[in-house]
Design a protein around this ligand. Structure first.
Ligand code: MN
Length: 430
């Protein structure tokens, strides 16, 4: 089935700002609460949220095999489990319904009232129930920077790094969506020069600018996913802030890798942009040397040109962009990550999430974490209000955005915006 929804010449009868992340060619998927406090699956064109449950009930998806309640749910998991054919058919139909040349819904005021919402009438929710969350470490620049700082600049990459998409299993229970504040974690750290660890609030809370992809049901126990098929199982992507406590991380991570430094919170943007919508932005990945083993070899373009940025807003202050990077810098692509993840027969399910790892570019302003931007705090970043940051302060808000752009169309992810609150205070809990 062709992806007719991506036609760059298509316009919508809904108003779309020229700089919007959500033209009619995007059609992402999300979950929101409507003004009547009903939870529904929806999409977005410009600044209009569209209730897909209502569209379905009113018969606009006739001819597409969908169960009656597929969009009347609090997560996208069942829809994602339906597979690529269904996602594509639904996106194509939504594009037709809202096309400038189609007046059916446009001229039906009653239906429009039920289906269309202003953004201030809805509240975005977590779009998926994340079953399992895996985080990779796939940016060569990031791995090199971290290896240089914590170990040895001459041997920054460990011997396995160029052969394996290195990853670890995170926690899905602490993944939240935009506008959900998080608390500074407490934990054990070993201060520089001390001979025993101390307990207290992390002093080095950091963001990690990542993207994450969400999968559909892919394989049974024991069955690897061949690399040529891997992308078939990717539903879409979000911008992902994988919060990290660097001081806790440094003390705890040997020998089994990150634990409490990473699993206190991760924040995802609420609209899942489908891999289909990103098709026009395919680019080649960086050249891999040495050549990967056969099960990890990809041909053609498997990376995506997605501009990413991170900014900090101090309490009551102005926003300062601190990093601009791009998803295309990733050394290991998503197909390689998924093929590697399942080569041992580990099953991947609908709603699983895979983080890319911090995405750093080649230049100092393209590093995807404060750890790298400030080089372990030795080069603080200056904000617009004159204050400096080595890491993230209490009440700072971190915003991450992502978008693709060519001469025809801009496809974006919106934003994930998260405020860091002080350490949790049990007395304040009612
Ligand atoms: Mn991470």
């Amino acid at each position: 089935m062709p992806i007719s929804a991506n036609d760059p010449n298509r316009t919508s009868w809904l108003y779309v700002n020229k700089y919007s992340d959500f033209p009619i060619q995007n059609i992402p998927f999300g979950v929101f609460l409507t003004r009547e406090d009903i939870i529904t699956i929806g999409t977005r064109i410009g600044d209009t949220a569209i209730d897909l449950g209502a569209l379905h009930q009113l018969g606009y998806f006739d001819g597409i095999p969908l169960t009656d309640d597929i969009f009347l749910q609090d997560s996208l998991n069942d829809f994602i489990a339906d597979g690529r054919k269904t996602w594509r058919a639904v996106r194509n139909r939504v594009a037709e319904i809202f096309d400038s040349n189609n007046e059916t819904l446009k001229n039906n005021t009653k239906h429009k009232e039920i289906i269309c919402f202003r953004l201030d009438e809805i509240e975005m929710q977590m779009p998926v129930h994340v079953g399992d969350y895996t985080d990779f470490y796939s940016s060569k620049e990031h791995a090199t920077n971290v290896g240089s700082m914590f170990r040895d600049p001459d041997n920054a990459l460990l011997p396995n790094w160029l052969h394996i998409p290195v990853g670890y299993h995170g926690r899905s229970s602490s993944i939240v969506t935009t506008h959900i504040p998080i608390h500074r974690p407490q934990g054990q750290t070993m201060p520089e020069g001390a001979d025993k660890p101390v307990f207290g609030p992390s002093k080095l809370v950091d963001f990690e600018l990542e993207m994450a992809f969400i999968t559909t049901d892919a394989n049974d126990l024991g069955e690897p996913i061949p690399i040529e098929e891997a992308e078939e199982y990717i539903f879409g992507l979000v911008v992902f802030n994988d919060w990290s406590a660097r001081d806790i991380q440094k003390w705890e991570y040997v020998p089994l890798g990150p634990f409490l430094a990473k699993n206190f919170a991760s924040s995802m943007s609420p609209w899942i942009v489908t891999l289909d919508a990103l098709e026009p932005f395919r680019v080649a990945s960086p050249k891999q040397n040495p050549e990967p083993l056969p099960y990890l070899k990809t041909k053609g373009k498997h990376s995506f040109d997605i501009n990413l940025e991170a900014s900090i807003i101090p309490k009551g202050g102005k926003e300062t962009t601190v990093c601009k990077t791009n998803f295309k810098y990733m050394y290991w692509n998503m197909a390689q990550q998924l093929a590697h993840h399942t080569i041992n027969g580990c099953p991947v399910n609908a709603g699983d999430m895979m983080g890319s790892g911090t995405i750093s570019g080649p230049t100092e302003d393209s590093y995807g974490s404060m750890l790298e931007l400030t080089w372990k705090g030795t080069k603080p970043v200056k904000l617009k209000d004159g204050t400096e940051r080595k890491f993230i302060n209490d009440y700072d808000t971190v915003v991450m955005r992502g978008y693709c752009e060519n001469e025809d169309v801009r496809i974006g992810f919106g934003q994930v915006k998260t405020q860091l609150l002080p350490v949790f205070n049990p007395k304040k809990k009612k």
